[in-house]
Design a protein around this ligand. Structure first.
Ligand code: IPE
Ligand code: IPE
Ligand code: MG
Length: 231
């Protein structure tokens, strides 16, 4: 499962609060949904925390977001670890503050052997950059003579993605009412079921999460084939 956690700013604005408060309660929603996903037996949850395009926001808002991220990495990793969660971060480490990179490294190492929910947080992540890096890696291997260009297939490209080995999400949820991907997991979302919900992310509840799973179960996934009973 993958989630584009959108609508923090509008949630705050609707209450006459600063956008930073929306991000604060957005982080609370993330804690709630991570806990619930683990309980519900979800194996992989990927959260879009900060896109490579979010640097276009005002410096004060970026600072607020990084502050919340630091808090999360400092205060929440112990509880995640106790609950068997494996934490991974995808996205470009370059551009993130060195202390945040160190916190990420430590959290990933600490939780690496956990066998419960794999929680992947996308930070400074862009789907196109992910694909471009994979292309560059394959080209370098080809030039170095260790890879035959004829051997470059979907498996090779998927394996060369910096986000690998992230499995393809079965379900993508985007909160906040916008119906777009915003450069999230372009490769992996090829056959994901998409669910766009109006609710702003800070209001996204355990009940909304359960309703999303119920809706997903109703979907008829064909992967280009026909319904099972029509074959
Ligand atoms: C999502 O909420 C959080 C991030 C993108 C980091 P927004 O901040 O995009 O909230 P809206 O879309 O402006 O309401
Ligand atoms: C997508 O939300 C990124 C995250 C939720 C982290 P945005 O708010 O940045 O997306 P756009 O700008 O509306 O497409
Ligand atoms: Mg937004």
């Amino acid at each position: 499962m993958a989630i584009i956690m959108d609508g923090n700013g509008r949630w705050a604005q609707a209450r006459g609060l600063p956008r930073s408060m929306g991000h604060y309660f957005g982080a609370e929603a993330a804690r709630r949904i991570v806990r619930q996903a683990a309980r519900a037996g979800v194996t992989h949850l990927t959260l879009f925390g900060f896109s490579s395009e979010n640097w276009r926001r005002p410096a004060t808002e970026i600072a607020d977001l990084m502050h919340l991220l630091r808090n999360y990495l400092r205060r929440d990793v112990a509880a995640l670890h106790e609950n068997g969660v494996r934490l991974r971060v995808i996205g470009a480490r370059e551009g993130l503050a060195p202390d945040i990179v160190a916190l990420i490294d430590r959290a990933e190492q600490r939780t690496a052997a956990n066998a419960g929910l794999t929680l992947t947080i996308a930070l400074n992540y862009g789907g196109r950059a992910d694909l471009a890096t994979a292309a560059r890696r394959l080209a370098e291997a080809a030039v170095a003579g260790s890879l035959d260009p004829a051997a470059i297939d979907e498996t090779a490209l998927a394996g060369a993605l910096p986000s690998a080995p992230l499995p393809d999400p079965d379900l993508l949820i985007r909160t906040g009412g916008e119906q777009r991907i915003s450069n999230f997991l372009l490769w992996q979302l090829a056959y994901a079921e998409m669910l766009f919900v109006e609710r702003f992310w800070p209001d996204f509840s355990v009940e909304d999460f359960a309703a999303a799973i119920t809706e997903f179960r109703r979907r008829d996934r064909r992967f280009g084939s026909l319904k099972a009973n029509m074959v």
